[in-house]
Design a protein around this ligand. Structure first.
Ligand code: BGC
Length: 766
């Protein structure tokens, strides 16, 4: 079907132009949308298609060309160059106005250089420069690195996430980019997938809340305010439940599951104002997402009223042809994708020429091109790029890694750490002189920065070892370095650590995964780094196990971007800390928790299975999931969703409802008293779940519907009130209508999704 949207040329604007007045689009007082309409109406087909074209930055091209073979280039989704096309060619295309956007431009100087080239083009349209600023603008040296998204989700603090994204936006603008390919609002349903750490976890509600907070942080009210950037919800959709756990492998999901689990965070991000969206690598139910008109046109624009533009993912339009093979050549792939509603091509050659041909041949309607161009230009106008596309390089260093941003990164790191087990060893007494062995692949390096980070100046990063040394000057720390490379750990180094453990009062073992993308071939986690197992890799398990066997008490700290099945360690270590990838101040945060200066408060945004054979394992499963439990092996998780310990204890009581019966369009206040019964101040994450007791189609055994992070001084009791709208109980019935059904619902409130941690009460919907 041809694109039904008809582009109307504003004749008046053209008349104004021919009358000699300055064109409307040049007037900053006019609304961005009007300016974009006016400019689009003056553009040739070629100029409009150019706005849909994105290329990687010149420096990126140069280094990728040096480091990758053409064969490696084919499967690589992080580095790109263009065989047969030089940087001089790309510069000339920019001067000719044949490129609308760049990505992976890592310095303000390069961004300014490219903008200067674009200013020489016939229409002088500035470039939109995009970057994966996922948890801070962490690929740019000198910027603040916040915990990765899974850690941010563990804070259950959307206000904090919004602040992180607002600060990230400021650092992006200071370094030349205006468009972040974030938030990743995929609902992570398989820990084998290397990108779990890039998401806000397994629950659609939590992901929706955190995703919307991110969009608000990046864009502000409408991203035209100074210091804001354009945000991009990605990847649409379903790639977070790949059939075999590998990135980009097929996804086969019922419409019910896709609408109930995977769509809500995208809708929430768009409702929060996200003006761009990225399609997913994978096919969904037999149709590549990049050529899926139902997804992009019918659902996103039609049902949800999305006003922005859709960008393809890395070479995925070409993959419709060379991977999925549902297009006979690249031109056919471009045709399918643009007709399916994709607006900007990431990245590289052919698209420009072929789309022009396709429009001329009538295979792609010009209205699709007009719409894409209009939306992309609207973004550029709103971002203020027509008035000033340049970055003041004098200001760059003053605007990144500021005191305020450092404080937020530290706060986020502390709040993101989840204490999983503690036999009473923690917190340690910092004033006590102890002989402490510190070892493990992640103890003293930048692994704590996680995926989508490149190496940062050493002085900007506090490693775990440095944090520990700062916290307890009284102790004597012996560090046995295992190197960062988990795949190449050495037995002799493990032996050395074991003998050192024998001479120590305590061992702190920092292990897990390695996601740093500058070590692409050796990392164990992150983009395109999926695993067929979720046990510890390399010799990490042996290292921990052999140290435990010495009898020296051991605290294990995990630095990782996906859940790890560490059951043996849970049974034998004195304490286990899940620190995820906590960012620039991760070492300080972890050490402050170990020494009790900070009280742990993070909770798990994912279920942790014991091992890979238990997959799929999520807390919001259907009732029959464990009707027949595994005959051999456990059916319970290692740690449940929402779980996390503290150095204090919280008691829940007096769960009550303002009414025990409400209509299907009503609401109820759910209240609970929470007391801090320990002798330390703390912050508790109070969680509200529901269960539909009887329903016309099967419903999950529990679903998170609200949460609150509450500060409680020692001895203090607070009443926490949640307003529960009956509409939150809705689901798709047998006819795929979105309904709230009458009947009884169990309302559960407590400190984790574990039954023993929850109070419950009945609510009736009339
Ligand atoms: C990833 C995207 C990312 C893009 C640009 C792709 O490989 O899937 O998430 O935004 O590269 O870096």
């Amino acid at each position: 079907m041809k694109n039904p949207i008809i582009f109307i040329i504003p004749l008046l604007a053209l008349a104004g132009c021919s009358g000699g007045d300055a064109p409307l689009y040049k007037d900053p007082a006019q609304p961005a949308e009007k300016r974009a309409e006016d400019l689009t109406s003056r553009m040739t087909l070629e100029q409009k298609v150019a706005q849909m074209c994105q290329w990687v930055g010149l420096e990126h091209m140069k280094s990728a060309e040096k480091e990758l073979t053409e064969e490696e280039l084919h499967n690589n989704t992080a580095r790109g160059f263009y065989p047969g096309i030089t940087t001089a060619d790309v510069e000339q295309m920019t001067r000719d106005g044949k490129i609308g956007s760049f990505l992976h431009v890592l310095t303000a100087e390069e961004a300014n250089y490219l903008q200067r080239l674009a200013s020489q083009s016939p229409l002088q349209i500035p470039l939109l420069i995009g970057i994966d600023a996922i948890h801070g603008n962490a690929q740019v040296a000198g910027c603040t690195v916040y915990p990765t998204s899974i850690g941010q989700a563990s804070t259950f603090d959307p206000e904090l996430v919004e602040r992180i994204c607002e600060e990230t936006a400021a650092e992006m603008r200071a370094t030349g980019s205006q468009w972040t390919f974030n938030p990743n609002v995929e609902v992570a349903r398989d820990p084998r997938w290397g990108r779990v750490g890039e998401t806000f976890g397994e629950d659609p509600y939590l992901v929706s809340v955190m995703g919307a907070a991110s969009v608000r942080g990046y864009q502000g009210r409408d991203f035209s305010e100074p210091g804001r950037v354009l945000s991009c919800v990605k990847h649409f959709v379903g790639g977070s439940q790949p059939v075999n756990g590998t990135n980009g492998s097929p996804t086969d999901l019922s419409e019910r599951t896709i609408r109930e689990i995977f769509f809500p965070p995208f809708k929430a991000g768009i409702d929060a104002g996200a003006y761009s969206m990225m399609t997913a690598h994978n096919e969904l139910n037999g149709i590549p997402c990049h050529s899926n008109r139902w997804l992009m046109e019918d659902v996103v624009r039609g049902e949800w009223g999305f006003e922005g533009f859709i960008v393809s993912d890395w070479m995925d339009v070409e993959h419709i042809h060379d991977l999925h093979r549902t297009a006979t050549d690249n031109k056919d792939a471009f045709r399918q994708s643009v007709n399916a509603s994709m607006d900007m091509h990431m990245h590289g050659p052919q698209f420009y020429e072929k789309v022009i041909e396709l429009v001329k041949e009538g295979a792609v309607s010009e209205s699709a091109v007009n719409r894409a161009c209009l939306k992309i230009l609207t973004a550029k106008f709103k971002l203020g790029l027509f008035e000033n596309p340049y970055t003041d390089t004098e200001q760059t260093s003053k605007s990144v890694f500021t005191e305020k941003h450092r404080a937020t990164a530290y706060e986020a790191a502390v709040k993101s750490v989840v204490l999983l087990t503690n036999d009473g060893i923690l917190p340690l007494d910092a004033s006590k002189a102890m002989r402490v062995l510190v070892t493990g692949t992640n103890a003293d390096n930048q692994t704590i920065l996680g995926d989508w980070a490149l190496p940062q100046p050493e002085e900007n990063v506090t490693t775990i070892l440095e944090g520990l040394e700062e916290q307890s000057p009284a102790s004597k720390f012996t560090f046995i370095d295992q190197g960062w490379n988990i795949r190449r750990m050495s037995r002799s180094k493990v032996d050395e650590a074991v003998s050192a453990a024998r001479k120590s009062d305590l061992a702190i073992v920092v292990i897990g995964e390695h996601s740093l993308r500058n070590n692409w071939d050796d990392k164990t986690c992150g983009e395109d780094c999926d695993r067929s197992d979720i046990a510890l890799a390399g010799l990490s398990q042996q290292l921990a196990q052999r140290i435990i066997e010495t009898g020296t008490p051991i605290i294990v700290v995990l630095i990782n971007g996906r859940q790890l099945g560490v059951e043996w360690i849970v049974r034998h270590a004195a304490a286990l800390i899940e620190a995820w990838e906590p960012g620039s101040f991760g070492g300080r945060a972890v050490a402050e928790i170990i020494y009790g200066k900070a009280n742990p408060s993070g909770k798990l945004p994912v279920t942790i299975p014991r091992h890979v054979g238990q997959l799929q394992m999520v807390y919001n499963h259907k009732p029959s999931m464990y009707f027949h439990p595994y005959a051999i092996g456990e059916s319970t998780p290692l740690f449940p969703f929402g779980y996390g310990l503290s150095y204090t204890r919280y008691a829940y009581s007096n769960l009550r409802l303002s009414q025990d019966k409400i209509p299907g369009d009503g609401k109820v206040t759910v209240s609970v008293d929470v007391k801090n019964c320990g002798d330390r101040d703390g912050e508790e994450i109070v969680q509200l779940y529901i269960r539909d007791l009887y329903s016309s189609v099967t419903r999950p055994v529990m679903e998170l519907k609200d949460f609150r992070r509450v500060k409680l001084a020692k001895g203090e009791t607070k009443t926490v009130d949640f307003t529960l709208q009956a509409s939150k109980l809705a689901f798709y019935n047998n006819d795929m209508d979105w309904v709230v059904e009458a009947g009884d619902y169990k309302i559960m409130v407590g400190g984790s999704s574990l039954e023993k941690d929850l109070l419950n009460i009945n609510l009736n919907i009339e």
